[in-house]
Design a protein around this ligand. Structure first.
Ligand code: 4AD
Ligand code: MG
Length: 465
């Protein structure tokens, strides 16, 4: 179909030329026999104004031009007398491609995000959600561009797996077994021999273990794909299905890793400022987040704080002594809650923090142990208003040390032998991290709930659409 996209129409200056635009009606108003339509086709947050004289159109057709309707307009591009727009379209013919009656749920302005979540399939037609989705696309491009330009290979790891990378057991099972008639052995355990893969399998919680195989062969790889966690956390920061970016690098130590985390995330924020200006300006408003752009620019200016966990705990203890109240305890050895992370980032340092060297009891088996035998070389990035945005670490490259940790945790290595081969043959120092894509989008858009930065969120009790 021949048409000019609205993003291009708004840039054209060949006034007097014929033009055809198509899109969805955001609003229509009229006065003194003239109607004005704000039309949007998703190519930009900006609408193009369509102007028509009622007497030139069939009354029945004009009535069908309601909020949400899809129309095709043939007309002439003219210079706009109205402020804030260079051009508009003087309509000659209007065809209603799809009518939209008053039951359309996204008709009213200013509806709550909660309401829009219940109509997630239609919220994409609103300004806010189209802006978020364009930014989401741009951030994916930022990520691929960054890694490609830095010599990383995009490496595809499986979604169906027989191993549990994080060892947390929050996995969704994958089976073709008849759940109404499960065969069990004498101890009551389900027999998987006759299942599709001949063993128990799940949806992956992380591509890291396979990513390490890639990095220890190709040098530097990254994954970018869906990840699944059956944790029953109904919070504004958790999804059951989210997208993760996991770079893994051979010959990287802790400092190299932290440098990459910081440079990469700044690149993504800079990309948003450079490529998503109109959408960011739209989101930067009193109803959503009046300080969004300022916060994004702030992140670029400052060096991230690099803070060992033990010092972080000392700062938190000091704050408690001075009257700060937290809901959860934070003694040495505790996993930090989001309130602690946010105190450090938002109140104490007022800039992003890379927290390092966590107690081994709260981190995964694969992390490199420090010489103290108590802490591991984790490098999580904590962000304002988000908390943990990146989880990373140097990996334990010594087979003996890794095996000792696996045994100490009482883990079964049957499904991990292939992973241990990286340490058996030509092991090398290496490191990597995982960035939660939706947490990045939360930060860049200033949205408050992770359900609002993915088109169709999956959370406990919700797999609609
Ligand atoms: O800290 P996590 O669990 O680390 C890993 O999975 C490592 N294997 C990554 C690696 O080193 N290659 O998860 C990494 C990031 C978190 O920092 C967070 O941003 C995001 O993934 N994340 C979630 N995002 C949305 N919903 C959830 N349920 C998430 N769980 C983790
Ligand atoms: Mg983590």
């Amino acid at each position: 179909m021949q048409r000019t996209k609205i993003i291009d129409a708004l840039k054209r200056t060949d006034f007097g030329s014929p033009i055809t635009v198509m899109g969805w009606v955001r609003s229509k108003r009229g006065s003194k026999g003239i109607f004005f339509i704000a039309l949007n086709d998703g190519s930009t947050i900006k609408n193009i104004q369509i102007v028509g004289e009622e007497q030139n159109f069939d009354e029945a057709v004009v009535k069908l031009i309601t909020t949400g309707a899809c129309i095709k307009v043939n007309g002439v591009l003219v210079e706009s007398p109205a402020a804030g727009q260079a051009s508009e379209v003087q309509a000659k013919e209007i065809e209603v491609l799809g009518t939209c009656d008053s039951t359309f749920p996204m008709q009213k302005k200013g509806q709550s995000f909660e309401f829009m979540r219940q109509h997630a399939h239609m919220r994409l037609r609103t300004n806010t959600f189209s802006a978020i989705m364009r930014i989401r696309h741009n951030m994916a491009m930022a990520i691929h561009t960054y890694f490609h330009d830095h010599g990383f290979y995009y490496f595809h790891t499986p979604l169906i797996t027989a191993s549990d990378c994080e060892g947390a057991g929050n996995m969704f099972q994958v089976t073709t077994k008849n759940l109404y008639d499960l065969k069990k052995d004498e101890e009551g355990k389900i027999i998987y021999d006759d299942d599709f893969f001949g063993e128990q399998t799940s949806l992956t919680v992380s591509g890291q273990l396979e990513g390490e195989l890639g990095a220890t062969a190709l040098g530097q790889i990254y994954t970018f794909g869906p990840t699944f966690r059956a944790e029953n956390s109904n919070t504004p920061r958790h999804l059951a299905e989210f997208w993760m970016i996991e770079p893994e690098m051979a010959f990287y130590d802790k400092t190299d890793l932290m440098d990459l985390e910081e440079d990469f995330i700044k690149h993504c924020v800079r990309w948003a400022l450079d490529n998503c200006r109109d959408d960011l300006e739209f989101l930067n408003n009193p109803r959503l987040d009046p300080h969004l752009i300022e916060r994004l620019e702030g992140v670029l200016k400052e060096d991230f704080v690099r803070l060992p966990y033990t010092e972080g705990i000392e700062i938190l203890q000091e704050a408690i002594k001075n009257g700060k109240k937290f809901e959860f305890p934070c003694n040495w050895g505790d996993d930090l809650a989001s309130e602690h992370e946010r105190y450090l980032v938002e109140e104490h340092f007022k800039r992003p923090v890379i927290m390092t060297d966590y107690p081994k009891e709260i981190k995964a088996f694969y992390m490199k142990m420090n010489e103290d035998g108590k802490t591991m070389q984790g490098t999580d990035v904590l962000f304002p208003s988000i908390g943990e945005i990146i989880g990373g670490s140097v990996r334990e490259e010594s087979l003996d040390k890794l095996m000792a940790e696996i045994n100490r945790r009482g883990m079964d290595t049957t499904s991990l032998e292939w992973y241990l081969d990286t340490r058996r043959w030509g092991t090398c120092p290496h490191a990597g991290f995982g960035l939660g894509f939706e947490r990045l989008i939360l930060f860049v858009t200033g949205m408050q709930n992770i359900r609002d930065v993915i088109p169709f969120p999956r959370t406990p009790g919700n797999a609609k659409f």
